[in-house]
Design a protein around this ligand. Structure first.
Ligand SMILES: [Zn+2]
Length: 315
């Protein structure tokens, strides 16, 4: 396994990534990367996030994408995040897999903005029994970044800066102490110049009112990730995996679930004590950030917000 050091100087990292791109080389999927600044820190940032979407035979992904496109017309979006389970049932097989066109480019190519994806369990081919014989290759999602205007996944977990926000994209499917140490080392560093907010995102939620609330990985993240985020000034954590929209707060950290990106939604049975609001609807996370203020809403496909007032934080 080749690991791109998180401590490599920024200029050297950029040169390395350029060389990788120029040579057409694949980064191993477990590599960790600092992808640098992708949009100037001086500019306000409007971004969206959603997970659990690339599912054939259902109309919901088109509905969510159409809602995001409508929002983009009135309030232009500069960037997107995916919260994993990008391709059901078993991930993609190679960079020429038709799912990239049919389940990504068709819906999100027209926005012409960069998206920074994360892996979900289905991207690793951890479908429910269906993937035993022919599961996907998560490395293909990383390699596809060379072929797409909108799909930018430099590694399985990575960090980048855009506008006044420092982003940390986690791989919660293969979450381990190495990844945790990488994240902790970065969070202990001072904020980069012009950066005000820190957003961490991954596939598995830390708390949830959905059916996955008792998953061992969710419990593990409560022990290993939540205290780290809560004690290092992270603005909020966003996840998918459960197919609904929810806002929670634990240890003073705001948590958002936006797993209504395109697969069927599920009922919200269990009411987590940390939950502030939840609905079994398709939709996405909508975030506007300036150097002074960040504003977060969960919107359904009618652009109706989950909560009457957006969650905001000012400095
Ligand atoms: Zn999942």
């Amino acid at each position: 396994m080749v690991v791109v050091s998180g401590r490599r100087p920024a200029a050297a990292r950029r040169v390395f990534l350029c060389l990788v791109a120029a040579a057409g080389l694949a980064l191993p999927s477990r590599a960790q990367v600092l992808a640098g600044t992708v949009l100037p820190a001086s500019q306000p940032l409007h971004f969206v996030a959603f997970g659990d979407f690339g599912r054939r035979g259902k109309p919901y992904e088109a509905q969510v994408a159409a809602a995001i496109a409508r929002l983009n017309q009135t309030d232009p979006i500069q960037l997107g995040l995916t919260l994993g389970d990008n391709f059901y049932e078993c991930g993609v097989h190679d960079v020429h897999d038709p799912d990239f066109h049919d389940l990504w480019e068709v819906f999100y190519g027209p926005l012409h903005i960069p998206f920074y994806p994360t892996f979900g369990n289905h991207d690793y081919g951890e479908g429910e029994g269906a993937c035993t014989l022919r599961h996907g290759d998560p490395q293909a999602e990383i390699d596809y970044s060379r072929l797409s205007e909108t799909w930018r996944m430099p590694a399985a977990y990575y960090s980048f800066n855009a506008g006044p926000v420092q982003f940390f994209a986690l791989d919660t499917v293969k979450w381990n102490l190495t990844e945790r140490a990488w994240l902790e080392a970065l969070l202990k560093q001072p904020l980069p110049p012009g950066i005000v907010w820190r957003v961490v995102y991954g596939h598995h939620p830390i708390h949830s009112s959905g059916r996955h609330h008792i998953d061992p990985r969710v419990k593990q993240l409560q022990r290993e990730l939540l205290p780290l985020l809560a004690s290092h000034g992270v603005t909020f954590y966003a996840a998918g995996h459960d197919h609904h929209l929810e806002h929670l707060r634990a240890q003073g950290l705001d948590l958002f679930i936006a797993g209504g990106g395109g697969d069927s939604v599920r009922p919200v049975h269990h009411h987590d004590r940390q939950s502030l609001a939840a609905v079994s609807s398709h939709g996405f996370l909508d975030v506007s950030a300036t150097a002074q203020r960040i504003e977060v809403r969960l919107l359904d496909t009618d652009l109706k917000p989950l909560e009457a007032q957006p969650w905001t934080k000012s400095r």
